[in-house]
Design a protein around this ligand. Structure first.
Ligand code: ADP
Ligand code: MG
Length: 355
């Protein structure tokens, strides 16, 4: 019995749990045959848009420790179309998401921000480094981490500081805004935060990147505030991230990034109650400048499918939170393609929800 056969069995077992289509199974088998992974194990996560599998790369040398991997399989069946003809568009779009995740991961990984190492991409299947123990136990999401009472305060504060640095480097050096950053998309591993799930991340100069950044800042601030961290006013954090002045990578020997953030934090901590109150009011005002929407509204599926059909898929910008809904009134795919390049009119929207 050959190696491929054995791998095939395992791949079959893993995929049958989630009933993957034959094409996806083929891709997983190809990955095994190419030696990217040698065994595909169970599901780490079943999401709306993707499943993530645990895989291993076992070397011929029996003494060598197996290498763990994660394989993210985008679901080609999640997008519901009115007619069945759109099946191939569907695949093309999901492939674009996977490509974006690969490209973004590469950029993030290159700057030294902890994230899975991007390894291999084929259509809608992406293999990456596994974040977890050498025994194959996946790292918990930040949301699920539990610290002991004594250490919690200090731990969360230093994770918060660490994360602010990542957000700034991501903006200044990767030239990206995560656009779905929260305690759900960070893993806690070896006392550090790992950034994951970056298929929807946008270029820093995307017309709506700053709204996404504000949303990321809100999610992060809400989480760390709940954990008792005296977080920066959101506007101040925003300015820290986008300001061209200051450190924009981790290369500085004297840890300039951490020092800069510590300074901002002590300014906050030294403020009196009155100052805090006015900062909180300002944060509320700051938040009002955009309309929070959930991920389901991110993708204007029909519109994007049109672009793919018209061969304009290349400029698709996912994570287009606020465009969903608004773009309905617009007429031709050509207009909309132009829009994604040049629309600045909708930069900041006032929600109109205030009394
Ligand atoms: P989704 O689009 O479904 O949210 P994510 O990229 O956030 O996809 O991955 C879903 C879950 O899978 C994560 O919350 C995490 O628990 C697990 N996961 C994803 N990538 C890895 C990885 N490289 N190593 C370990 N676990 C991972
Ligand atoms: Mg996620």
């Amino acid at each position: 019995q050959g190696k491929g056969d054995r791998g095939g069995d395992r791949a079959d077992r893993a995929t049958s749990e989630q009933v993957l289509d034959p094409r996806t199974r083929m891709l997983l088998l190809q990955m095994i045959n190419r030696g990217i992974v040698s065994e595909i194990h169970g599901c780490l996560s079943t999401g709306k848009e993707a499943n993530v599998y645990h895989a291993m790369s076992v070397s011929e040398d029996e003494d060598a420790a197996p290498i763990h991997r994660a394989v993210k399989v985008y679901k080609t069946s999640i997008l519901v179309f009115k007619d069945r003809d759109n099946k191939s568009n569907n695949r093309a779009m999901v492939k674009l998401w996977a490509e974006k995740e690969m490209r973004n991961l590469r950029r993030i990984y290159a700057t030294g921000i902890p994230c899975p190492e991007p390894l291999y991409l084929r259509l809608h299947v992406l293999a990456m480094g596994f974040i977890g123990s050498s025994k194959g136990i996946p790292a918990p999401r930040l949301k699920d981490v539990e610290f002991s009472r004594e250490e919690a305060e200090e731990r969360y504060r230093s994770l918060y500081i660490e994360l602010l640095g990542y957000m700034r480097v991501m903006y200044q050096t990767c030239r990206l805004v995560h656009a779905d950053l929260s305690e759900y998309n960070m893993l806690y591993h070896k006392k550090r935060l790992y950034i994951i799930d970056v298929s929807q991340s946008v270029e820093h100069d995307h017309p709506r990147s700053l709204e996404f950044l504000r949303m990321d800042i809100k999610n992060v601030s809400d989480f760390f505030k709940r954990k008792g961290v005296d977080t920066l006013p959101e506007r101040a954090l925003f300015q820290f991230i986008v300001s061209p002045e200051g450190p924009s990578d981790f290369t500085s020997e004297n840890n300039e990034m951490t020092e800069t953030i510590e300074k901002l934090l002590s300014a906050r901590e030294e403020g009196d109650a009155e100052q805090h109150e006015s900062e909180d009011v300002d944060t509320a005002v700051f938040r009002q400048q955009y309309i929070p929407q959930n991920l389901e509204q991110v993708y204007d599926v029909e519109r994007d499918a049109e672009k793919v059909r018209d061969g304009m898929g290349g400029d698709l910008v996912y994570g287009d939170l606020l465009a969903a809904g608004k773009s309905k009134s617009k007429s031709t795919p050509a207009d909309e393609a132009a829009d994604s390049e040049s629309d600045v009119s909708g930069g900041v929207s006032v929600s109109g929800s205030d009394d």
